[in-house]
Write a protein that binds this ligand. Structure first.
Ligand code: NDP
Length: 332
């Protein structure tokens, strides 16, 4: 079995030499464990943070150990009650072909309800992030005008559509290519969208949201956050979900220069971690499964085939090569 190890801590952008694909033995599962053949695993922006040796909400990856992350696969040997060979499970030991998983950390998923990769995206972690971040953290209500950055990504594409489905007055998205911008307005039903590489975010947002915004869902930080603060209406709320524009920065990045506007506009900027919102999971799955079945909610995935491509998939994600959820598939 092959697995990816972090072998050096990236400084700035990750380099191929920071990672190694290594062979590891596969053994029969011990008591209470299952052996899983991974079919899809997730590469996510937060993993860049785990490559640094700093104290954070998740511990850093250990050097010369397999990296971890969301994965779905098929049980090929079971030593745990309630788990049978052939069952599909979601678990946290991605970045490898075969995973020796404690059954208490494996969740059964149903391949007949949705493609297995969906449990990593639209029906999984990134979908719940969108749902919880919009409805719980940002206290979205009908009639709000919503702006989301990273809008063609896994989280952002769901935020915009969910806002629309729940009666937003206007949904605006930003993304890094003209194709993505087209997808937002033509496929996902956004009212307006712009390519942040085509001009200052502040000007493009002001034009797209002439009456201002009530909710900002931040996936990017930096210039986007500053622009959003400028466009926010009184009592506006921002979910600070991610700041991908700075994950590879080697110097401290400038803060929003207009932060004082928070006072007069009585804005709320609220950070979030999806792990705090597990209580919403049943409601989230039920509602999203309904929207998927009716065709009201759409999603994209960018699948990269083969374990040897996982590094390219990860760096590609940071560069914006994905539309929707970036997934490494081993099912070929
Ligand atoms: P995405 O699918 O959105 O992929 C990342 C995207 O970020 C790329 O496709 C790229 O799109 C965009 N991007 C990269 N660099 C920049 C930049 N400098 N400026 C603007 N956009 C950039 O990833 P996810 O949906 O998985 O995650 C989105 C955000 O949500 C991330 O910040 C992530 O860290 C955060 N997150 C937070 C969670 C939490 O619990 N707080 C949970 C899950 C995700 P483009 O082509 O448009 O540039």
């Amino acid at each position: 079995s092959r697995e990816w190890h972090l072998v050096a801590r990236p400084h700035g952008w990750p380099e191929p030499t920071d990672f190694a694909l290594r062979e590891a033995p596969v053994a029969a599962p011990g008591e209470g464990r299952v052996l899983v053949r991974n079919l899809h695993f997730s590469v996510d922006p937060y993993m860049r943070g785990r490559m640094n040796d700093v104290k954070s909400y998740t511990p850093p990856f250990k050097l010369d150990h397999p990296m971890e992350g969301g994965a779905v696969g098929e049980i090929i040997a079971s030593n745990a009650e309630g788990f049978a060979v052939g069952d599909h499970v979601l678990h946290g030991l991605g970045w490898r072909e075969y995973a020796d998983v404690p059954a208490k950390h494996a969740v059964k998923v149903d391949a007949s309800l949705a493609p297995l990769s969906a449990y990593l995206g639209v029906l999984g972690m990134t979908g719940l992030t969108a749902y919880a971040g919009l409805f719980d953290v940002a206290s979205f209500k009908e009639g709000d005008a919503v702006f989301v950055s990273g809008a063609a990504g896994a989280v952002g594409s769901q935020v915009g559509q969910m806002a629309k489905l729940k009666g937003a007055s206007r949904v605006i998205g930003s993304a890094g290519s003209d194709e993505k911008v087209k997808l937002l307005t033509e496929e996902y039903g956004f009212d307006a969208a712009f390519n942040y590489k085509n001009g200052p975010v502040r000007d493009q947002l002001a034009e797209a949201a002439p009456d201002g915004i009530d909710v900002y869902f931040d996936n990017v930080g930096g210039e986007h956050l500053e622009a959003a603060i400028s466009s926010m209406n009184v009592h506006g709320r921002a979910t600070i979900c991610g700041m991908i524009a700075q994950y590879n920065a080697t110097e401290p990045t400038p803060g929003p220069r207009n932060l004082a506007l928070v006072i007069g506009k009585r804005l709320r900027l609220q950070g979030m971690l999806v792990g705090d919102h597990a209580d919403l999971q049943p409601q989230f799955v039920q509602e999203v499964a309904g929207w998927l079945a009716s065709g009201e909610l759409k999603y994209n995935e960018t699948k990269v085939q083969g374990i040897e491509k996982a590094y390219d998939a990860f760096v590609g994600l940071l560069r914006g090569e994905n539309t929707g959820k970036m997934i490494v598939s081993l099912d070929a």
